[in-house]
Ligand binder design. Structure first.
Ligand SMILES: [Zn+2]
Length: 480
């Protein structure tokens, strides 16, 4: 969605009115000073908007202000004057350091602040609904804790224009105007700041540029491309979550989590070395965190952790996207029920599925959460299925038995002799149960026979037996 480029040289043409500093009109044409002043002004305006946001007062608020009954909404800025937003024009008049800030820079905090605030509101609501801890609402941006950054709207080429200057270079020009009441030393009202950037690809159309002085980067933010409307596939499927294969579909496709052993080893090694540094520091009576070596190990461990998280998230996105693309109705295990079954089945259940050993519960939850939102966006139905017996039940004949598992990977029915990959058999049971729950097939009419808990087998010569025989397909070859 966005293209990021490195900022090389920065130049300022003309002189910029930085505001009245301690009663003195201050001007500058130093690129570093002007760029930092723009970021400061942007953050100031962002915080002005933020200060009008309200949060419920703390419980002891009433003791402080007296005679207030019940909790009230208090603006973040905690000042009564912050209750309503002021306009950009007012802000320029009241704060001289905003007077010469380009309009497209001064305007952008309003939208970006509100976007951040409302996505936080939404996230909080979702978390509370899911009984997860609600996150804190975002607060003010401080110069110390946040990057020195500002955004400038492109606004159909009014400013922040990009121009190519060479095969791998270009410039972005942002123009501003000094206030009419002041005149620059050179007698010029207009000024311009030029960011020289290194580019490696063509710059696509963009709606704004974000300059980050802390990282020395400039980001062209592209307009969001309209999402392609999903075409119905008519396919119904089920997925099994497991150890041998993270996700198995009823059509015999396996999605395996990428192997991250190497990264895990790197992380563990760095952590071991950190521990050792601590011991050495303690024996030498110094603070371990002051050691460069310790800090380097810490950075190494953090980098490995971050990469593991990125690789995992990428895989989860690709897997869930593929599932949502392929199926109109998807049966999946109800994870809450699964935890309960595992408990009741005790050691045996955990041993058989062993899910928590290879796939951390958190990673599985992340996979399911990605699937959930993609499903909602794409008009796909996910049906939660009770996973009890789905791994012990023969899909064609419906026979349930612990002995049906030849091994972790192979399913072999003791009743009808049906053999299949164990995960595929389970995924097909989940699909069939989902169809029953969704009301598409009834319990007797689905591919197997009888309900999940009923152990009745088809009598020889009955239509059920013929159907069971017909479905006795050879195991589908593993596709990766
Ligand atoms: Zn069977």
């Amino acid at each position: 969605v966005a293209q990021q480029v490195k900022i090389g040289r920065v130049r300022v043409h003309g002189s910029v009115f930085l505001g009245e500093i301690e009663g003195v009109d201050t001007w500058s044409s130093n690129p570093d000073t002007v760029a930092a002043w723009m970021a400061d002004g942007w953050r100031f305006r962002f915080n002005q908007h933020r200060s009008t946001r309200k949060l419920w007062s703390p419980a002891d608020y009433f003791d402080q202000v007296g005679n207030v009954d019940g909790r009230i909404l208090v603006p973040l800025g905690n000042r009564i004057t912050d209750i309503t937003d002021i306009t950009d024009k007012q802000a320029r008049l009241e704060h001289s350091h905003l007077a010469a800030l380009p309009a497209m820079v001064l305007q952008s905090p309003e939208k970006l602040e509100s976007k951040e605030w409302f996505s936080a509101t939404k996230r909080r609501a979702t978390n509370l609904q899911a009984r997860r801890p609600a996150w804190q609402m975002p607060g003010f941006r401080s110069r110390a804790r946040s990057d020195q950054t500002f955004t400038c709207w492109f606004n159909n080429g009014k400013t922040a224009n990009y121009q190519r200057t060479g095969r791998r270079s270009g410039v972005v020009v942002i123009a501003g105007q000094n206030p009419a009441s002041k005149f620059g030393p050179a007698g010029k009202a207009r000024w311009r700041i030029v960011f020289h950037v290194r580019v490696s690809e063509n710059i696509r159309p963009y709606t704004s540029v974000q300059v980050n002085l802390t990282t020395g980067t400039l980001t062209f933010v592209n307009p969001p491309t309209p999402r392609a409307i999903r075409t119905k596939t008519g396919a119904l499927g089920g997925i099994d979550l497991g150890v041998a294969h993270t996700v198995t579909t009823s059509d015999g496709v396996f999605f395996d989590q990428p192997d991250m052993t190497k990264l895990e080893v790197t992380r563990k090694r760095a952590q071991r070395r950190m521990a050792k540094s601590r011991l050495v520091a303690a024996s030498e009576h110094r603070n371990f965190w002051e050691s460069n070596r310790y800090q380097a190990r810490k950075a190494e461990a953090a980098a490995a952790s971050a990469k593991i998280a990125r690789v995992r998230a990428d895989w989860q996105h690709k897997t869930t996207a593929a599932l949502v693309r392929d199926y109109d109705i998807l049966g999946a295990e109800n994870l809450n029920v699964r935890n309960m079954t595992r408990k009741s089945h005790g050691k045996n259940g955990a041993q058989k599925r062993g899910l928590n050993r290879s796939l951390a519960g958190a990673a599985l939850a992340a996979l399911v959460s990605k699937l959930t939102y993609k499903v909602a966006m794409n008009d796909v139905t996910v049906v939660a299925v009770n996973p009890a017996y789905t791994s012990q039940r023969c899909n064609p004949c419906g026979h349930i038995g612990k002995g049906n598992r030849e091994s972790q990977a192979v399913f072999l029915c003791r009743e009808c002799g049906h053999a299949d990959n164990a995960d595929i058999n389970a995924a097909r049971n989940i699909r069939d149960d989902a169809l029953v729950i969704a009301g598409i097939a009834d319990a007797v009419n689905r591919s197997g026979q009888g309900l999940a808990r009923s152990q009745n087998k088809p009598k020889p010569g009955s239509p059920g037996a013929a159907q069971a025989k017909k479905r006795e397909l050879p195991p589908i070859a593993e596709r990766r």
